[in-house]
Ligand binder design. Structure first.
Ligand code: ZN
Length: 252
């Protein structure tokens, strides 16, 4: 599962960090989907049994998580700064969502959640393992610059929507499932990127997907430091049903 490619400078094998592009002797192999998320979907013997990759065949019912050498030490540290709060915040939505009130993130969670989600899409896009998932190059570049500088991406760029899937009634579906990033047509010729964990459908919109006022309140808004989660709408349930059906067919 591990891959590392190197080149030589003065006889020493060097590797390029995919985020800051500096050359280092040793790269770190961060999880593409954070480690604690894998832990949440494993069985008692530690096998990844509820982890699926759309449109790609990789043997995953084993103990190795999806990780790949791509970052220098300093850049791995940049990611760890937002990862803990981001994961803790997203993980608690499933159990704390109220039909009456919905679910709102607190203002100090929003930037970390946004950076975490953007970083997962970026990691997946630059990874060799998930070669089926590739963002348009302008998006990959914007993510790389922002994550490298430690800046949250502002709306309307790469807007994020988070929907709860507790209303998804499908065989074997619960919040203990990871679906790694995939892209799907949103409207006409415009695509959006998706992944799912902790019972949430995370959407990152390509430019052009949003209405002019981009429905602030539904989306994670880093300028206002606000964001809320709604129950998945019919369209999103349909997308999930489609991807799960596709994967079931592939597994046969
Ligand atoms: Zn780096």
């Amino acid at each position: 599962m591990k891959m590392e490619f190197g080149f030589y400078i003065n006889g020493a094998v060097m590797h390029e960090c995919k985020l800051c592009l500096s050359s280092v002797q040793k790269l770190k192999d961060p999880h593409i989907i954070p480690r604690s998320t894998h832990k949440f979907v494993k069985d008692q013997s530690g096998r990844n049994i509820r982890f699926v990759l759309p449109d790609i065949k990789l043997q995953l019912d084993n103990q190795s998580d999806l990780k790949e050498y791509m970052l220098c030490e300093a850049c791995e540290l940049k990611f760890s700064k937002f990862e803990n709060i981001g994961i803790t915040s997203l993980k608690k939505v499933w159990n704390n969502y109220s039909v009456k009130k919905g679910y709102a993130f607190s203002s100090n969670e929003v930037i970390d959640i946004s950076c975490l989600i953007h970083s997962i899409f970026w990691r997946a896009s630059v990874s060799q393992l998930l070669s089926n998932f590739k963002l348009p190059i302008e998006q990959e570049n914007l993510l790389q610059t922002s994550l490298n500088n430690g800046d949250a991406i502002q709306l309307p760029n790469l807007a994020i929507k988070i929907s709860l899937l507790s209303n998804l009634k499908l065989d074997g579906y619960n919040n203990q499932l990871i679906i790694s990033p995939w892209r799907e047509k949103y409207v006409a010729n415009i695509y959006a990127s998706y992944f799912s964990f902790y019972g949430l459908l995370i959407t990152m919109f390509d430019p052009g997907c949003l209405s002019p006022n981009h429905e602030v309140g539904v989306y994670l808004d880093t300028t206002q430091q606000s964001g809320k989660v709604n129950l998945a709408d019919n369209y999103e349930i349909e997308i999930m049903a489609g991807i799960l059906a596709r994967m079931k067919k592939q597994a046969q």
